[in-house]
Design a protein around this ligand. Sequence first.
Ligand code: CTP
Length: 397
Amino acid sequence: MLQDKRILLILTGGIAAYKGLDLIRRLRERGAAVTPVLTRAAEQFVTPLSVSALAGEKVYRDLFDLTDEAEMGHIQLSRSADLILVAPATADIIAKMAQGRADDLASTLLLATDTPVMIAPAMNVRMWDHPATQRNLAQIAKDGVSVVGPNDGDMACGEYGPGRMSEPLEIVAAVETHFGPKPLAGKHVLVTSGPTHEPIDPVRYIANRSSGAQGAALASALVSLGADVTFVTGPADVAAPAEARVVPVQTAQEMKAAVDAALPADAAVFAAAVADWRVARASGRKLKKSKDGLPVLEFAENQDILAGVSQMTKGRPGLVVGFAAETDDVEAHATAKRARKGCDWIVANDVSPETGIMGGSENAVILITEKGADPWPRMSKAEVAKRLAQRIADALT
Ligand code: CTP
């Protein structure tokens, strides 16, 4: 799949650089040509000799190496590739990329290029979580850089958490997706995701157990197929995909307004677990315990966003997809929901606690369309997202 693709692989200085060696092999096995670049710090972890032996190419190391400049200037080097891959990408190179600094060969190449750039971050969990790193990542994502991982796990430094570089095969999969077909190019897809928070008073709210994982995975999968994605998300546990246009909201009413503002769209997918009810009159002040008795909450029904969009008479998206979270008679309830709301498809899942689906990493869905019910085997939410994105692409093209 990577036949004849030219990848400029920049290895920066992290313990994960050893995985960079395997990455070179995996990329070459698939037919890619890999031109390696090492930073000074990377040379502390892997040797130029092993890198060039695996790549079968010269290793570029120094901005002021005149032989290199004579053979191939750094500008040309940065532009001759189909993709620049930075793996591992340290907090330092990410900071340099965010600021546009160019004080060594790697950072200069990244600044001089108009080639797509993908990074696989690897760093200590505290460094990853640091607001400066997150700010820099948001900046480079906005600049068009795509980000693979990192994964959660044990770290070389003995801590646990996000910051482990993705495995070589995960990075290869992202590279293959990058070069893969883009059937949704030019299509605007709206995705709602996550729970909503309905305030009771300034410090309390009503919520639900949705993590937002399925919606976020779906938005990523749609982006991978080339879609222009607007991602309207309630307060979720998982990060929103950086390449989407992210609109954060709190309440169902805010979500409805954000959806209205994002239309028109070619397709709209409603993965959010929207609260059916809000507190009719949320208190402007914190409710206090009182001898006069317990507070009584009166509810008002939230507008059904999915039904509203499904039943638009003008400007309705060409494809409207709802989700159904059910605990019993999944297929029957979801089929009835499809008819009642007027959407084209319903993705139904069983959210009984024993399934571990809500808040978990797997999903078992039944796709309900005009043709009937199609049960999918249990698989990861990422896999469900990929399949559903492909089905959406098939329907729109
Ligand atoms: N939904 C929505 N706006 C709402 C409520 C739900 O857009 N106010 C969407 C959800 O995003 C999901 C679908 O409707 O795509 C199904 O939601 P669900 O809560 O399962 O259905 P309900 O309408 O609550 O029906 P029931 O009470 O019968 O479960």
